[in-house]
Design a protein around this ligand. Structure first.
Ligand SMILES: C[S@@+](CC[C@H](N)C(=O)[O-])C[C@H]1O[C@@H](n2cnc3c(N)ncnc32)[C@H](O)[C@@H]1O
Length: 260
């Protein structure tokens, strides 16, 4: 059995199986609609394995992805290599840190999908990202942030408890077991994740990896405050990426559409 201990949640097995673990995400049709309204030149921050980026490129949007993880980029490049030349021509991939990367091009639409901002524990880092966004937005361009709203009752109840998710790898038929434990610092709004991934052939454990990661989480008011104090104007806020309903006490998601 090959084991990986020096792993992050976006490297090794975690990168290899990212698309399987996130196959249930419902956001792609929302991004296609928003690209239809605001595209065609799209910049995705933290583009990962190209889950969203490739869906946009297939619909003929010009998409640039910035990604820091070598392994996530590798998977994205492998997926892109299987596409036709027209789709390949729609994609630019950049290895780098979204806090640092500076491009010549301007974009009609910049995306911060899938709780991206939760990776940045310091407000100064978020401000740096928003500054880069402002530099890269075209005159009428929009920046879209999509984040979960923390479910405090759920977090309190599940604090430190292991949750187990099972997936079948459609390519190999192998079972993937994802053991996920989140613990919270409710004062500093920190989430400490411990994730173990196991791959089974029948009953036999063939590979495993584990990682620990600290994230933060935001509530709507503070995300709005950070956007607005960075000079971004919120032109629309929604409780769902898929439909324009308001953020209410029952919302699990917050989407902010901003202009400079
Ligand atoms: C939750 S994943 C989302 C990937 C992709 N956007 C999606 O929705 O499938 C977040 C991605 O952001 C990347 N990331 C984290 N910090 C980054 C940084 N400072 N610069 C660029 N990418 C970063 C991670 O490596 C990871 O691939």
């Amino acid at each position: 059995m090959e084991e990986e201990f020096d792993s992050t949640e976006h490297s090794g097995l975690f990168a290899e199986f990212y698309d399987i673990l996130h196959a249930g995400n419902q956001d792609i049709s929302g991004y296609l609609e928003l690209a239809d309204k605001y595209g065609p030149r799209v910049l995705e921050l933290g583009s990962g394995t190209g889950r969203i980026l490739l869906a946009l490129a297939k619909e003929n949007y010009q998409v640039t992805g910035i990604e820091i993880s070598r392994d996530m980029l590798k998977i994205c490049r492998e997926k892109l290599a299987e596409e036709n030349q027209e789709i390949k021509n729609n994609v630019t991939l950049i290895a780098g840190d979204i806090k640092e990367v500076s491009l010549e091009n301007a974009f009609d639409l910049i995306l911060a999908p899938c709780n991206l901002l939760n990776y940045f524990l310091e407000v100064s880092e978020i401000k740096q990202i928003f500054k880069r966004v402002e530099e890269h937005l075209a005159a009428e361009g929009v920046f879209i942030v999509d984040n979960s709203i923390p479910d405090i009752p759920f977090m309190v109840e599940n604090n430190g408890k292991e949750e187990v998710f099972r997936f079948t790898n459609p390519k190999t038929g192998r079972l993937l077991v994802d053991r996920f434990t989140a613990s919270y610092d409710f004062v500093n709004q920190l989430e400490y994740d411990q994730i173990e991934l196991e791959e089974y052939q029948g009953d036999q454990l063939v590979r495993s990896a584990e990682t620990r990661k600290t994230l933060t989480y935001f509530f709507p008011r503070e995300l709005k405050l950070m956007l607005e104090s960075s000079g971004l104007k919120i032109i629309e806020e929604r409780g769902s990426l898929l439909e324009p309903r308001p953020i209410t006490e029952n919302s699990s998601e917050m989407v902010f559409i901003c202009r400079v």
